[in-house]
Ligand binder design. Structure first.
Ligand SMILES: *Cc1c(COP(=O)(O)O)cnc(C)c1O
Length: 394
């Protein structure tokens, strides 16, 4: 089918929820993708940070295939080895306590919010259920996680939203204090605001929030849905911030392309979500966990994480070295890179880069966001950089 035939059918049968690019993708290898008409692209998106080991990764494909022959899915009424192994790896790598499995980032965050409220309910009873999140954050698209998201534009149409969220300014400790009261049970944040524009939080602010939470028995909830699983050059971003969160959510990169999310909490929360309090049919399903185990076996290697840091630095240095006046700055960590441009120029820049065969993302109002597969090669990066240079330096 041609792009146009496919698009016509999509328009007829699929809800028009997404503003899609005029590209229909067919298959990939490494950090390269081909569309249905055979055009080749260097992919700096990895499906919004999902396909962290690239496309057609042999380890992942084999793990999924083998597991599919054994059992794809059983209910959570039974124990399975792949699920236990994912949890064991996550706990051993982080020193956290226990893991709950979900299917997406929003669902992981729902679990994290429920855990925080139940922790407080168990200890203090009713009336201590508010969660402070940050302005410009993004936590998901369910009715609750939309409200947790600290951007007014997400608080439309779907009323009534879940109550109990307050919004503080990032990097402003006074604003955190001003939003915490006797009803507060937790503070929830991304360490690098992804959708908000690749905005890394100040280390000192994050450490102050952590100490403040400890002092007031507020749970520190870190949303690592985008930053987790090696993206920033450590397994989790919090490991570079020198903090020990109470709860961490993850999803995007965890399955390397299959839908899986998880909530990981420290040992003080081991018994909070006891039998019957929380569940999900597909959570921890063996096929997705087999894939996650393949991902984790790679991204936990120190040399792999070191390479992510070096590649991120390489991209940043090369983009800055272009000396383009269209590039106002580059920020991020590891292979989570934000190129700051003029808001009015961004759409045209992105269209031209895509047209020349490099796929990129946007974030915030004025950022071109790069989330390439963590396995991207230097040849693939050089090819993408040459295209970006031709667009930025016309
Ligand atoms: C993508 C994202 C989510 C939502 O994840 P879904 O899998 O789309 O539900 C939540 N938090 C952050 C930080 C994200 O980047």
């Amino acid at each position: 089918m041609t792009y146009q035939e496919l698009k016509d059918q999509e328009n007829q049968y699929v809800m028009h929820t997404y503003g899609r690019f005029s590209i229909a993708l067919d298959h990939g290898k490494g950090a390269q993708l081909w569309d249905v008409e055979g055009k080749r692209y260097i992919d700096l998106t990895s499906g919004i940070g999902v396909c962290c080991l690239g496309y057609d990764n042999e380890k992942i494909v084999n793990a999924i295939t083998e597991q599919a022959h054994k059992i794809m899915h059983v209910s959570n009424l039974f124990t399975t080895a792949p699920m236990v192994q994912v949890a064991k790896t996550l706990v051993e790598q982080t020193g956290m306590g226990k893991v709950f499995f979900a299917n997406s980032g929003a669902e992981a965050n729902e679990g994290m919010i429920k855990l925080a409220r139940k922790y407080s309910y168990d200890k203090y009873g009713e009336g201590r259920a508010e969660i402070v999140t940050l302005r410009n954050s993004f936590h998901g698209r369910t009715v609750t996680t939309l409200k947790a998201t600290g951007q007014d534009k997400f608080h439309q149409y779907f009323f009534p939203f879940t109550e109990g969220f307050a919004y503080a300014e990032a990097n402003n400790m006074d604003s955190i204090r001003a939003n915490v009261n006797e009803h507060t049970c937790a503070v929830m944040m991304e360490l690098i605001q992804g959708e908000g524009g690749v905005m890394p939080l100040d280390k000192s602010f994050v450490q102050e929030v952590a100490a403040f939470c400890k002092e007031h028995d507020l749970l520190l909830l870190i949303d690592e849905v985008q930053t987790g699983i090696g993206r920033t050059g450590s397994l989790f971003c919090f490991q570079q911030y020198g903090i020990k969160p109470d709860v961490v959510s993850m999803a995007k990169g965890l399955g390397g392309g299959v839908p899986i999310g998880a909530v990981m909490a420290n040992t003080t929360c081991d018994e909070v979500l006891g039998p019957g309090t929380h569940a999900t049919t597909f959570g921890g399903t063996p096929m997705c966990c087999a894939s996650a185990n393949a991902v984790l076996s790679e991204v936990t290697k120190p040399e792999f994480l070191q390479a992510v840091q070096e590649k991120g630095k390489y991209l940043e240095d090369k983009i800055l070295a272009m000396g383009s006046d269209k590039v106002k700055g580059v920020r991020g960590l590891g292979l989570m890179v934000g190129i700051v441009v003029d808001a009015e120029e961004r759409a045209a820049l992105v269209a031209e880069i895509m047209d020349k065969g490099v796929l990129v993302l946007t974030a915030g109002t004025n950022v071109i966001r790069l989330l390439p597969p963590l396995t991207i090669s230097y040849e693939e990066m050089d090819e993408a950089l040459a295209v970006m240079q031709s667009v930025f330096c016309k």
